[in-house]
Design a binder for this molecule. Structure first.
Ligand code: EPU
Length: 337
């Protein structure tokens, strides 16, 4: 375990916010986790940081920030059709996906280039281009702060939803994921359910292989989403709202280009990016905090924005969209202070 006092988090959050924490605690093994909670935490508040890619730090944190660094991919089962892998929490998500594609294990190629670590992927059930991590999820292991024990959670127990899981609700701040087990296929064809992805392959005359999907997703994402190493951001800042059919019809009567994605229970998911753009806020900027000019769902830090500056833009977006559409956007990122 490494403990560093009053440490800046600038390099540990993709927004590049220069906030400090009371202590930065690097946990290098499961034993370190036990040691930390037995001897160093004293029941105090803490924040577990994954890749820092889904996080807005509003101000200096007067509590501990924990980072897990342990890595490794272990084969649990290997047969003709599939492979089951246990992946340690500190593995970088994109590197894991790249490893899968290079070894012809299919299923996660659509999730290329999502920033963050494997251990935090289940928390918000990361998803993109028609695939969510729950699709190939088997179970996860982690440390329960309430029972002081390592426990295993099945897919059902995780209660995955759209950018959601039990780790964002009931178990928020109470459970530390240490490894995740996924089952990938050796035979499944790629998932091309996302129209933009399918169109891209057709236009570029690319065969529907996992490698081509992987490369295409990288291309599409890089063109649309700013790379955190060049421009501070946290991916989609808001969730795409899910509204009633009545509200959908109300907005559609004014805007014929509104697109909706029907959900199982009769509600409809609409694009937050579209709402923000129609509210005239694409590219809206105050100081170094802004709505990204190429994709309205992303808030960006042009250099020296504070967490507070970004949050003010977020609040302005929420208010303006609500006034115009009577739809309340909710942050997708974890906002902490
Ligand atoms: N749109 C606009 N203006 C904008 C941006 C988007 O009108 O400025 C509309 C367009 O009509 C577009 C539609 O929104 O067709 C959807 O946009 P996009 O395909 O970029 O997807 P998204 O709904 O904005 C979601 C995820 C992304 C994921 C993409 C691709 C959420 C909150 N976001 O974005 O995930 O990469 O789909 O599957 O569900 C993330 O979670 O950080 C993230 C980047």
């Amino acid at each position: 375990m490494q403990i560093q006092n009053n440490h800046s988090l600038k390099n540990f959050n993709t927004f590049g916010i220069d906030a400090k924490c009371k202590r930065l605690i690097i946990l290098e093994s499961e034993d370190d986790i036990v040691d930390y909670f037995d001897n160093h935490n004293n029941g105090n508040k803490f924040l577990l940081l994954g890749g820092g890619s889904n996080l807005l730090i509003k101000k200096d944190l007067n509590y501990d920030v924990l980072m897990l660094t342990f890595k490794g991919i272990k084969i649990i089962n290997d047969d003709e059709d599939s492979i089951t892998l246990e992946v340690q929490a500190g593995e970088n998500w994109h590197k894991f996906v790249e490893f899968l594609v290079n070894n012809n294990y299919f299923g996660f190629e659509n999730l290329a280039l999502i920033p963050g670590n494997v251990g935090t992927a289940p928390i918000q059930n990361i998803g993109a281009y028609g695939v969510e991590q729950e699709k190939h999820f088997i179970s996860l292991r982690g440390y329960s702060i309430e029972s002081n024990q390592f426990e295993t959670y099945t897919k059902e127990q995780c209660q995955f939803g759209y950018r959601n899981s039990i780790f964002k609700s009931k178990l928020k701040g109470k459970f530390i994921i240490t490894s995740v087990t996924y089952k990938l296929s050796k035979t499944d064809p790629p998932n091309l359910s996302y129209t933009e992805l399918e169109n891209y392959l057709i236009q570029h005359k690319l065969e529907a292989t996992a490698k081509n999907v992987f490369d295409s997703v990288i291309y599409i994402r890089s063109n649309k989403l700013p790379s955190p190493s060049e421009l501070g951001n946290s991916g989609s800042f808001f969730k795409n709202p899910i509204i009633t059919q009545i509200d959908f019809n109300r907005i559609l009567s004014e805007y014929s280009d509104l697109r909706g994605f029907p959900q199982n229970n009769g509600t409809i998911k609409i694009s937050a990016g579209w709402l923000i753009e129609k509210a005239g806020l694409k590219g809206y900027r105050v100081g170094d905090a802004a709505v990204y000019e190429k994709h309205a769902l992303i808030l960006v830090n042009y250099g020296n924005a504070t967490g507070h500056d970004i949050w003010q833009i977020a609040e302005y977006v929420i208010e303006t969209v609500f006034e115009k559409f009577r739809v309340r956007l909710e942050p997708e990122v974890n906002v902490v202070e």
